[in-house]
Design a protein around this ligand. Structure first.
Ligand code: PMP
Length: 285
């Protein structure tokens, strides 16, 4: 039973894991987070997630009140304390409690929270048959506003997109950036396959630079494929041979329909299936 939550160095029972309502993480969404996966008790690419957490914090003028090494230990200890082998870990750092005003200089006591839990995986059916997604009207955050590369506690933009997707009967939704180019989905990065070459939006297209995205690029290149990070339009997606998403929770999952159009043959393609297999092997290595 997963029930111990880490807060600032102490493990609490889930019911007792509480923080102040004056925390600017709650009042303003001022904070950063990461979602990580463990496979047989080993956290996948833990250093990359920790690095991204620190980068997100830096972009938000936040200091994480511990070393990266201590964070790694805290994540591993929390996982172990909860007896989780294959699981999902959520790490949050809040700005801390302050006044009701916006001024972050009035805040103190940032909260470092680590939750380790069982994984809510997509049903196996999605991996077998692929997903249908729709493009939604919500634009991905402009990089000059809250940059999508920052994994902040304010995820409302993506939630609004997710709601639109759910209303269309889709569990994922495709967001375009302010230029009308393909950015990413609400919690996953997107790739297409064109004549055997992988194409994916570049990091300045308004995306979170996914850890899974990076791992898949490496795997594809190791397998002798060309991967190009280039701006994509919806048209490029519609005419692609294959399309797939990558994310910590989803791993690699095929997309077989976008905006009611079948992608390629309308079933998970060979390049996607090969990468799904390679990723599963890598994650469980
Ligand atoms: N984009 C967004 C908006 C996300 O929230 C996530 C999940 N963290 C991803 C992409 C995928 O990133 P990762 O592979 O690091 O989980």
């Amino acid at each position: 039973m997963a029930n111990k939550v880490y807060i600032n160095g102490t493990l609490h029972a889930k019911e007792d894991a509480v923080i102040s309502v004056y925390d600017h993480g709650l009042l303003y969404g001022y904070g950063v987070f990461e979602g990580l996966r463990s496979y047989a008790g080993k956290v996948f690419r833990i250093e990359e997630h920790i690095e991204r957490l620190w980068d997100s914090a830096k972009a938000l003028w936040m200091e994480i009140p511990m070393t990266q090494q201590a964070m790694r230990q805290a994540i591993e200890e929390t996982l172990e304390a909860n007896g989780i082998g294959d699981g999902y870990i959520r790490v949050l750092v809040t700005r801390g409690s302050g006044t009701l005003g916006l001024d972050p200089n009035q805040t103190s006591n940032p909260q470092v929270i680590i939750i380790a839990d069982a994984l809510a995986l997509y049903p196996e059916q999605y991996y077998k048959d692929g997903l249908e997604i729709v493009t939604v009207s919500v634009t991905r955050n402009h990089p000059a506003a809250l940059n999508p590369r920052v994994k902040s506690l304010n995820y409302l933009n993506n939630i609004l997109a997710k709601i639109e997707g759910l209303q269309a009967g889709c569990v994922e939704a495709l967001m375009l950036n302010h230029k009308g180019e393909v950015a990413e989905c609400t919690g996953d990065n997107i790739f297409v396959v064109d004549a055997g070459t992988l194409l994916t939006p570049p990091q300045d297209a308004g995306i979170l630079k996914g850890v899974t995205r990076g791992a898949v690029i490496e795997l594809a290149e190791e397998a002798g494929r060309t991967v190009r990070e280039v701006p994509l339009t919806k048209h490029d997606v519609y005419i692609a041979d294959e399309c797939f998403l990558t994310g910590t929770a989803a791993e690699v999952v095929a997309v077989v329909k976008v905006d009611s159009r079948a992608i390629g043959a309308g079933t998970p393609g060979p390049v996607t299936r090969d990468l799904m297999k390679r990723f599963r092997l890598l994650a469980r290595a």
